[in-house]
Each structure stands twice: as C-alpha cells, then as structure tokens.
Ligand binder design. Structure first.
Ligand SMILES: Nc1nc2c(ncn2[C@@H]2O[C@H](COP(=O)(O)OP(=O)(O)OP(=O)(O)O)[C@@H](O)[C@H]2O)c(=O)[nH]1
Length: 305
C-alpha cells in the first residue's frame, strides 16, 4: 500500500526551466511541487482532479502573460479559489495593481530569498485553509450539523444541471417530522432539539452512496437529494430511511399515530429533459409530502412533476 501524501501542492508556472528549478529547490522538501511551462498546461492541471493549493505564476510568458492566465483562473468556478502569487524579476517592470486586479494575492521577486518566499507561501496556504473552514461553517446547520438550506439550494442547482447533461434521473425526498409541535409541547424545546439532532444523524448515517446528499431545509424538515436515482429506487431508499428512524424508536408520548417519532416523505424523480426548474422539483415534492400528511402521516407518497 502506498502512503498518502498530505502535503500541500504547489504549481509553478514559468516558461524558463531554470526558474522552475530554482523554485522547486526551495519547496521540494516540504510540498508536492509540479510545474508547467505553458499556460494551457497550467489551466489543465488547475482544473484537474488533483488541483494545486497555490500557484506561483511568472508574469512574462510568450503565449499568454501571467495577468491573462491569472484572470482566466479567477473566471473559472473550479479554479477561482486557488491563490495565485506572481513571480517577477526585480529588473522587470511589474504593474502590481494590474496583478492584484487580475486576482493575485501577492507577488515575490527574483532573485529569491528562500525564507521569505517560503513564509509568503505558507501564509497564503494558511489563509486559504481558514477561509475554507469559515466557508464550510456557512453551509452547516448549527443545530444538527448536516448541510443547511443555503448549501441545499446550491447543490440542487448543480445536480440539476448535471442531470440534464448526463440525461440521468435526479430524485428528491422531502422529509417532515410528524406532530413535532406536540413533541415540543409535551417534552420541551430542548428535547425537540435533541430529537432533531438524532433524526439528522440517523438519516445521514443511512445514506451510503457518494453523491447522496442531506440538508436541514427548515425547522423540522429535511431534504434528501439522490443523483442518478429513479423514482422506484428513490422510494426504496425513502422506505429504508423510514425504517432506520423507526429503529431509533424515539419516544413521542403525545403522537396520535404512534408511540415513537415518525416521518412523512414526499418523493419525486425528475426526467432531466423535462422543461422545469429546480424550484419546480421542490414544489412537486412538497405536494407529495402534503399528500403523505393528509393520507395519515408516517408514510411515503410519490409525486409527479
Ligand atoms: N425543538 C425545536 N422545534 C422546532 C425547531 N424548528 C421548528 N420547530 C417546531 O416544529 C414544529 C412544527 O410544527 P407544525 O408545522 O405545526 O408541524 P407538526 O406539529 O410537525 O405537524 P405535522 O407536520 O402536520 O405532522 C413547531 O412547533 C416548531 O416550533 C427547532 O429547531 N427546534
């Protein structure tokens, strides 16, 4: 088995091999370093499956100058959060303002002073990690620690586009806790919060496929998004989720329908050719959920779009 290499990745982009070698020497020991001498190659590596954590970019290159390449990286959703540091010779006339407006975070000058260059790269990697951590908090529901509604909206949009491109179905399960007002009224709001945490953890733990996605959508509502899943498969998954929550047997003394907490679910699957928007999928799942509630709760109802 090969050992995992968790070191940060640096991409050096420079048309001169000697410059690449110089920077390689500075970083080789502490980082995974790759290099590109041509802008297209740099773009390809940055957009690839294993993108760099930071890019050191020469400003003067014959085919596309560093400013243009930096601007191209910043325009692309997939690469825009990779920090770009310009590399320039003190003898070159560098327009720092132009560099920053193209999206660079900093610049370093040749000849290199290795401790300073290393410190600057470390600083930007550190800032990037902190930014990512903050960003992840912005997408997590504080009570249940599953994804929040803001993240759900973004993921639904991107999965919807992916489904359209792939021509494969996308399913959505709208989940709502039954008689949760009575639960709170009988056992208190704190117990209600605990119950929501247990439900979120039970539901997310029951989703096994990568790509399956759960979010807390509102107070006692969750959304489960199932890419590449037909209506029939989605109903099977929904009934598995129902059985998992049944297995938790969370006591609900004031429920008129069971002795423990139950869920209602509305399930819809979308034919990606259909001429509808993501909001239409939610509305259809909401109608199916409404039917599940009116049909007696603790059940799954499939809906049409
Ligand atoms: N403890 C707790 N309760 C919440 C939270 N968010 C929403 N609720 C409660 O969830 C309850 C939802 O009540 P309703 O919309 O009437 O629905 P219900 O009682 O579950 O009834 P049905 O959905 O029709 O089965 C309300 O009493 C809200 O106060 C939360 O974060 N914590």
């Amino acid at each position: 088995m090969t050992e995992r290499d968790d070191r940060h990745k640096i991409l050096i982009v420079d048309d001169t091999k000697e410059n690449i070698d110089l920077l390689m020497e500075v970083f080789r020991e502490d980082y995974r370093v790759s290099a590109a001498t041509k802008p297209e190659r740099a773009l390809k590596l940055a957009r690839g499956d294993n993108p760099p954590d930071i890019i050191l970019l020469d400003i003067l290159m014959p085919e596309m100058d560093g400013y243009e390449l930096c601007a191209a990286l910043k325009r692309d959703e997939a690469t825009k959060s990779i920090p770009v540091v310009f590399v320039t010779a003190v003898s070159e006339v560098m327009d720092a303002a132009k560099g920053f407006s193209a999206g660079a975070v900093d610049y370093i000058t040749k000849p290199f002073h290795p401790p300073v260059v290393k410190a600057r790269v470390r600083l930007h990697l550190d800032l990037k990690s902190k930014y990512e951590l903050l960003e992840s908090y912005a997408f997590i529901d504080a009570l249940t620690e599953v994804n929040n509604r803001r993240r759900f909206d973004l993921v639904l949009e991107s999965e919807w586009n992916r489904a359209r491109r792939s021509g494969r179905p996308l399913s959505l399960v709208y989940v709502d806790v039954d008689h949760f007002k009575e639960y709170n009224d009988t056992l208190g709001h704190g117990a209600g919060d605990d119950c929501l945490r247990r439900l979120a953890s039970g539901l997310s733990g029951a989703l096994h496929r990568s790509g399956d996605f759960i979010a807390r959508y509102g107070g006692e509502e969750f959304m489960v998004l199932l890419p590449y899943t037909s209506q029939e498969q989605a109903r099977e998954i929904a009934s598995y989720l129902l059985s998992v929550i049944d297995g938790l047997a969370i006591p609900h003394p004031s429920s008129p329908i069971a002795q423990h907490v139950t869920l209602s679910m509305g399930v819809v699957s979308v034919d990606p050719d259909a001429n509808i928007q993501p909001a239409g999928i939610i509305e259809a799942a909401d109608r199916a959920l409404y039917a599940a509630k009116h049909g007696g709760r603790n059940r799954i109802v499939g809906g049409d779009i």
